[in-house]
Design a protein around this ligand. Structure first.
Ligand SMILES: Nc1ncnc2c1ncn2[C@@H]1O[C@H](COP(=O)(O)OP(=O)(O)OP(=O)(O)O)[C@@H](O)[C@H]1O
Ligand SMILES: [Mg+2]
Length: 397
């Protein structure tokens, strides 16, 4: 059928034509927004899940919900070994710019921007010349920096002061500020701890600023290793494969809007192939639509589409990640794959490779850093990418 009208959207962070199966999380977040704006005690939300289950999409949806309530919002994507100071500064700059036109006291906004400027600059190497100078942050804030606030150089103190000030700007308007953090497991350890401490402080004074995160399944472990009270700061919403009803909904609703249907057998075959994983649902549906000559899309169309969808996934979803691994890391993952699809003991991986467990730590740590595997429990590792074991087992060695 007409590829131009094809509604399906496989791709990282691509907004799906139908956000299926996430009603509970959306309702919970609605409550969070209302309570926080009213200064009620409330835990913020952290979305966790495997690759391609829709964390980024849900985080973006949360952000839109906050914007609809006229909140100021900003988003960062964490990167390993990169301090969050500047990204957070840029995100809060964005958030406050959204609020500024509605604020009655321009000098309050100006003061905040001055604090923000010195916060951003406090991260710079002292006495830095030449190269460091070249990297000087150009925030496009044309107010003088306000010295002595949020600029101690200690991120925990500075973030707390910055958050408190940002929250008070939002309080003037009866709204809140949402800072959205994607790939949160990659925030460096010291910064995670500073971020939790700042959120903790805010929650105690009822300041309407929340940090909403998304990350891999071991994110709760990362947070509680950093601050023991993190469980009381955040409500963890683990999102997973769509159940049959939601997966069907993700397929049927967008097609119906184009006047296209699926036969029940086609829906069976698509669920079998995609296993309810949102990325796969989009990928198979996209090809099935293109190969089907006319509505309804039938089981035979899905059968024709499957190999093409699989080869696209092999390149775009699996292959692109596999490429990032070093040869030693690839051996490690292949050994994991041979041991099945459940989390496997690291000792068993070592035994499979005939190596001492300690000699494999660099490979394991490298894979965790690259977000290809995770360890949610001591001594166990698992793939972050659904069906990755199956993909690896199908590769020629
Ligand atoms: N609830 C949903 N219903 C239907 N499709 C969805 C849903 N959530 C996400 N998708 C689709 O799944 C794909 C992956 O979504 P997204 O990039 O948000 O996943 P992710 O969890 O952030 O993955 P990663 O860990 O790789 O960043 C996208 O193509 C998106 O359109
Ligand atoms: Mg994502």
């Amino acid at each position: 059928m007409d590829p131009v009208r094809n509604p399906y959207a496989p791709g990282a962070g691509q907004r799906p034509p139908e956000l299926a199966g996430r009603d509970r999380e959306l309702q919970q977040f609605e409550v969070v927004l209302e309570r926080v704006a009213r200064g009620r005690p409330e835990r913020s939300m952290i979305i966790t899940g495997l690759r391609g289950v829709g964390k980024t999409v849900l985080l973006n949806t949360f952000r839109s919900m906050a914007m609809q309530k006229l909140w100021g919002t900003g988003k960062i994507e964490a990167r390993p070994e990169q301090s969050i100071r500047r990204p957070v500064a840029a995100a809060l700059h964005m958030a406050v710019r959204e609020l500024a036109p509605r604020h009655r006291a321009p000098e309050r906004i100006e003061h905040f921007l001055g604090v923000l400027k010195s916060f951003a600059q406090a991260g710079e190497e002292p006495g830095g010349k030449g190269r460091a100078r070249a990297h000087r942050w150009q925030p496009g804030i044309d107010v003088p920096a306000v010295r002595g606030r949020a600029d101690s150089g200690d991120l925990e103190i500075d973030l707390t002061e910055l958050f408190v000030d940002a929250a008070s700007v939002a309080t003037d308007l009866g709204v809140g500020i949402g800072l959205f953090v994607d790939e949160m497991q990659d925030v460096p350890a010291d910064d995670v701890s500073a971020l939790c401490a700042a959120c903790h402080e805010l929650s105690q004074i009822g300041g309407p600023l929340i940090v909403v995160g998304a990350g891999l399944p071991h994110l709760p472990t990362v947070l509680s290793a950093s601050k023991s009270y993190s469980e009381r700061l955040f409500r963890y919403a683990r999102i997973d494969r769509l159940d049959r009803e939601a997966a069907d909904q993700a397929l049927i609703a967008p097609a119906a809007r184009e006047g296209v249907e699926f036969t029940p057998e086609a829906l069976d075959a698509l669920y079998e192939a995609a296993d309810g994983y949102p990325y796969f649902v989009q990928a198979y549906a996209k090809v099935a639509w293109d190969v089907a000559p006319a509505s309804p899309i039938g089981a035979a169309d899905v059968e024709v589409a499957a190999p093409e969808a699989e080869s696209e996934l092999a390149v775009g979803f699996f292959g692109s990640r596999y490429e990032r691994a070093t040869p030693a890391e690839r051996d490690y993952m292949r050994a994991m794959a041979m041991l099945g699809d459940d989390p496997v003991p690291t000792a068993a991986v070592a035994a499979e490779l005939g190596r001492k467990p300690s000699s494999l730590s660099p490979a394991r740590d490298g894979l965790i850093k690259k977000g290809l595997i995770y360890s949610a429990e001591r001594g166990l590792v698992a793939f972050t990418v659904p069906h990755f074991g199956k993909f690896l087992r199908a590769q020629p060695t």
